[in-house]
Unconditional design. Structure first.
Length: 374
């Protein structure tokens, strides 16, 4: 019996996500003195395929009210120079998210993992740092940034009405960007998940058992319709440019789309499926980063401050006597507790510091003033 295969419209679902983000951003601007979320894209070199992806991100940001900045570095940029650029962005209060565009178009050797871990965890909106990966693997979804493509895939599955809890799912591909976080995400949504890769034996038999199939291996038209369980939901993350049967160049996914018709219950097209979702979830992660930033620097959030112990005496000693009995707190620790940045301090040893006036610019959007500078 043939199944009616329905197309999951990633463009429409992505538009709905962007529209919701825009409404929240509009409210933030009204409530927080014209505060705007912002992200920076750091690109090394000038690869044309990267330029296309970056244009999509910048356009989406502009449409919903996010400040987006492109930092393009020459292909001769060294790893040390790239690290310094990212650290500068880590310290920039107007930037709430940092995207390092991969792959690097560089004549230098650059360690992508080191670069990912240079991005401050609270600005890692791509979710590629080891810390974010660890939080995701432990199920701390409210404390990490879930990588955008896997998160987009999850939203696409939900849009079909498919119950993820208890479902059998197969992820084909184990990349750090898509496959592995997709496995973790499905696991923490209570699916029974198997991850397949280039060394997996009997891969067709494994896929045949799956109610949900996520293809993210980078091999065009690899998964065939005959491998699928009837009524499976198929999410195709692949995108490869190659010549079609008519001799024209077009984009193909990792799934043989035509052969899945009449077998899969739902399937994503390529293009127009996962791709738009990746950009939309990047905007959502940027908004989340900005909201966390606001919450962190709220005057009500100084709950991390620790106080020095003080033994009460009668009669009450003088201020000087009290001070002599105390060991002053390390000034950098105190600064962290009241959410001052290192670049906002001028240190005088370990117990004293002058607060620089640039803190006023960082906190200009707050409706309540809670630092008093003299």
């Amino acid at each position: 019996m043939s199944t009616t295969t329905r197309i999951i419209d990633g463009k429409e679902i992505a538009k709905n996500i962007r529209d919701k983000c825009r409404l929240v951003i509009d409210d933030l601007r009204k409530q927080q003195n014209d505060f705007k979320p912002g992200f920076a894209v750091v690109q090394v070199g000038n690869r044309e395929d990267s330029n296309v992806y970056i244009r999509h991100k910048l356009k989406a940001a502009e449409e919903i009210g996010i400040d987006a900045r492109l930092v393009r570095l020459d292909s001769s940029t060294t790893e040390r120079q790239l690290v310094q650029q990212i650290e500068d962005l880590n310290n920039d209060p107007t930037i709430h998210g940092i995207i390092v565009q991969l792959p690097f178009d560089s004549v230098q050797t650059i360690d992508a993992n080191r670069i990912a871990n240079t991005v401050s965890p609270d600005k890692d909106i791509d979710g590629l740092s080891d810390l974010n990966a660890g939080l995701l693997s432990h199920g701390n979804l409210d404390k990490c940034f879930v990588p955008c493509t896997p998160n987009g895939c999850l939203e696409l599955i939900k849009s079909t009405g498919t119950q993820i809890e208890g479902a059998t799912a197969v992820v084909v591909g184990r990349s750090k960007i898509v496959g592995t976080p997709m496995f973790e995400l499905l696991k923490h949504h209570s699916a029974t998940v198997t991850i397949c890769h280039s060394k997996t034996k009997n891969i067709q038999d494994i896929i045949k058992q799956a109610e949900i199939v996520i293809a993210c291996l980078g091999k065009p038209k690899f998964i065939q319709g005959s491998w699928l369980k009837e009524n499976a939901v198929v999410i195709d993350c692949g995108i490869t440019s190659m010549q079609g049967d008519n001799g024209k160049t077009r984009l193909f996914g990792d799934v043989d789309f035509e052969s899945c018709q009449g077998i899969a219950s739902w399937i994503t097209p390529v293009p127009g499926g996962v791709g738009p979702m990746t950009v939309a979830l990047l905007m959502q992660n940027t908004l989340t980063a900005a909201q966390r930033y606001l919450n962190t620097y709220s005057p009500l959030q100084w709950n991390s401050m620790t106080y020095l112990p003080l033994a009460l005496e009668t009669p009450v000693p003088s201020d000087l006597e009290i001070a002599k009995k105390q060991i002053p707190k390390d000034i950098q620790q105190l600064a962290r507790e009241i959410h001052l940045h290192n670049n906002e301090l001028e240190l005088y040893g370990t117990k004293k510091a002058k607060i620089k006036l640039n803190v006023l610019e960082r906190l200009r959007f707050l409706t309540v003033n809670f630092y008093r500078l003299k």
